[in-house]
Design a protein around this ligand. Structure first.
Ligand SMILES: *Cc1c(COP(=O)(O)O)cnc(C)c1O
Length: 526
């Protein structure tokens, strides 16, 4: 299986090259040259598979055996999910009222990004080890310096994915004092020698600007082999397709045979729900995928209008009661109670747009349509960059509506939903991101056929977002955050030993000096 960029179909990369590169030099994202079909007997032969069996089965459709031999792939997968706290890795839990949640947060940092980042870390290490083993004696080892900025959530999942990995250093910048205490502790209590938390006196945007400047500095980049683990990496999407299959088989075991599943996905950068699209295209039967956004609703607006537009033409309506002020920051992002979904544009949406362009392209033969789709997409992305908006043709919007529905959920609805699910006969405490999905499911539900069963993807443990959960359940009788929500793993976290480098001003040069200092120590053999 080879990969090419959404903006130009000429170059064909191996899986390894696509994963190590992350983003294509032309600015596009890598996609497989074709979406593999499931084996004819998948329903029976995969039915009793464990999560890791399924992961091996799905991944091997996208990774040639001559790139990663089957026993090596199995070993990578098993090591990636051995640390999950639940034997099913991503358990499906049925709530009363005829709805299920697929809990994706049983990994080390209690959020869904662990599913992908645990595998990505092992893939990076595997590829580097193989390259270094082929080097002649005395030749410099290949190393990777992963640099990222976080406002809280992604940083810890990346750190846990890469901690202790050979030939990899990871530097995660966070705005000092501006991430929640739990999230700060989750990151900075990882004391492995290759993990470097950098607390920058400044904002998240400052951190992000510094990271962008480092990647744009070709000389620095070439010296340190900068790598990114952001959500556009193909391996992350691929890892996430697995739990759609796992959910299907878990649901099949308990639901009537004629049930159609609908996955409802709390969405930010469109990585989680895009994995569902790949599963569907491979042949997993499902109703239209449901995209749930918060007030940062560029995707909900796209499905309503066919316009993919950074800033709403009309101002976003205020929340119903006015009790909650959803403020926009300087970049135009609205700060909500579901911060991991606070985005201006959805980076992985480009991949879906490519498939929509491909499916509606004129031209004779696959290759011609593929080339046409890349051209169309490059044009759309050019408009996005120049004008902050693009309007797709009606045929493209119709194609998008065949496979997806989308719904926007306010902070007010998020709080009400958390409270409502806690008040059920079997109380369920959901985090605010999952609650966005639960709220959207309720709105979309009546548009489904009667034998549809909704599965909401639950993306974080409620203890990670204590502020929103405590606020929603402040008046709930008998609710006790420490007793009902806080996992044992979080106890004492705030008191544990920390490792963090302070950077006194938000300046690229100061962060460069931190990275160079570490590199000098490591090359010196320490
Ligand atoms: C990242 C994240 C999301 C959004 O996922 P995307 O793949 O970016 O759409 C939702 N919830 C939580 C808790 C997350 O960390």
């Amino acid at each position: 299986m080879k990969y090419f960029s959404t903006r130009g179909a000429e170059a064909r990369l191996s899986f390894e090259e696509a994963v190590l590169a992350g983003l294509s030099p032309d600015g596009g994202l890598y996609i497989p040259e074709s979406i593999p079909s499931l084996p004819a007997d998948w329903r029976t032969s995969w039915r009793t598979h464990s999560f890791t069996d399924l992961a091996v089965a799905v991944l091997s459709l996208y990774i040639s055996a001559d790139e990663i031999a089957p026993p090596e792939l199995r070993d990578l997968v098993e090591r990636s999910y051995a640390g999950f706290r639940h034997p099913d890795v991503t358990p499906l839990r049925t709530l009363d009222g005829g709805l299920s949640v697929l809990e994706l947060w049983h990994g080390p940092t209690f959020a869904f990004k662990d599913v992908a980042l645990q595998l990505l870390g092992n893939l990076f290490e595997f590829f580097l080890a193989r390259r270094n083993a082929r080097k002649a004696a005395g030749e410099a080892r290949e190393r990777l310096t992963v640099v990222g900025a976080t406002s809280g959530d992604t940083g810890s999942a990346a750190i846990y994915g890469l901690r202790g990995k050979a030939d990899i250093e990871i530097f995660i910048l966070h705005p000092k004092g501006r991430v929640s205490p739990i999230q700060e502790a989750q990151m900075t209590t990882v004391t492995d020698a290759n993990v470097h938390n950098v607390a920058v006196k400044g904002t998240f945007d400052d951190c992000q600007d510094i990271v962008k400047a480092l990647f744009a500095d070709t000389e620095f980049n070439a010296t340190h082999h900068l790598g990114a683990v952001n959500s556009i990496n193909w391996a992350r999407i691929l890892a996430q397709t697995v739990y759609y299959f796992h959910a299907f088989f878990q649901a099949q075991a308990t639901l009537p045979a004629d049930t159609t599943l609908q996955f409802v996905v709390p969405t930010g950068n469109f990585g989680d729900v895009l994995a569902g699209f790949y599963a569907q295209r491979m042949g997993l039967p499902m109703a239209r995928l449901a995209v749930a956004t918060n007030a940062n609703d560029i995707l909900a607006r796209f499905w309503a209008s066919g316009r993919y537009e950074k800033i709403a033409a009309a101002p976003v309506p205020p929340p119903p009661t006015g009790a909650l002020a959803e403020g926009k920051d300087a970049s135009g992002v609205t700060a909500t109670l579901s911060p991991a979904m606070d985005i201006l544009v959805s980076s992985n949406f480009e991949r879906l747009l490519w498939y929509l362009a491909f499916e509606t392209a004129a031209g004779d033969g696959e290759e011609a349509r593929r080339t046409a789709a890349c051209g169309t997409l490059a044009g759309w992305m050019g408009s996005m960059k120049a004008d902050g908006r693009v309007e797709v043709p009606t045929a493209v919007l119709e194609a998008a509506r065949r496979d997806f529905v989308a719904e926007r959920v306010s902070d007010e609805q998020t709080l009400v939903t958390i409270a409502a699910f806690y008040a059920r006969e079997q109380p369920y405490v959901s985090d605010p991101h999952t609650a966005v999905g639960l709220a959207a499911a309720a709105v979309i539900g009546p548009t489904n056929s009667p034998n549809t069963h909704q599965i909401v993807l639950s993306t974080a443990h409620p203890a990670k977002f204590s502020e929103a959960v405590s606020r929603a359940l402040a008046d709930a009788p008998g609710f006790d955050f420490a007793r009902d929500v806080l996992p044992a793993e979080f106890e004492g976290l705030l008191e544990r030993e920390r490792r963090v480098v302070d950077v006194e001003r938000a300046e690229v040069a100061l962060v460069k000096a931190v990275i160079e200092g570490v590199a000098a120590r490591k090359v010196g053999g320490v």
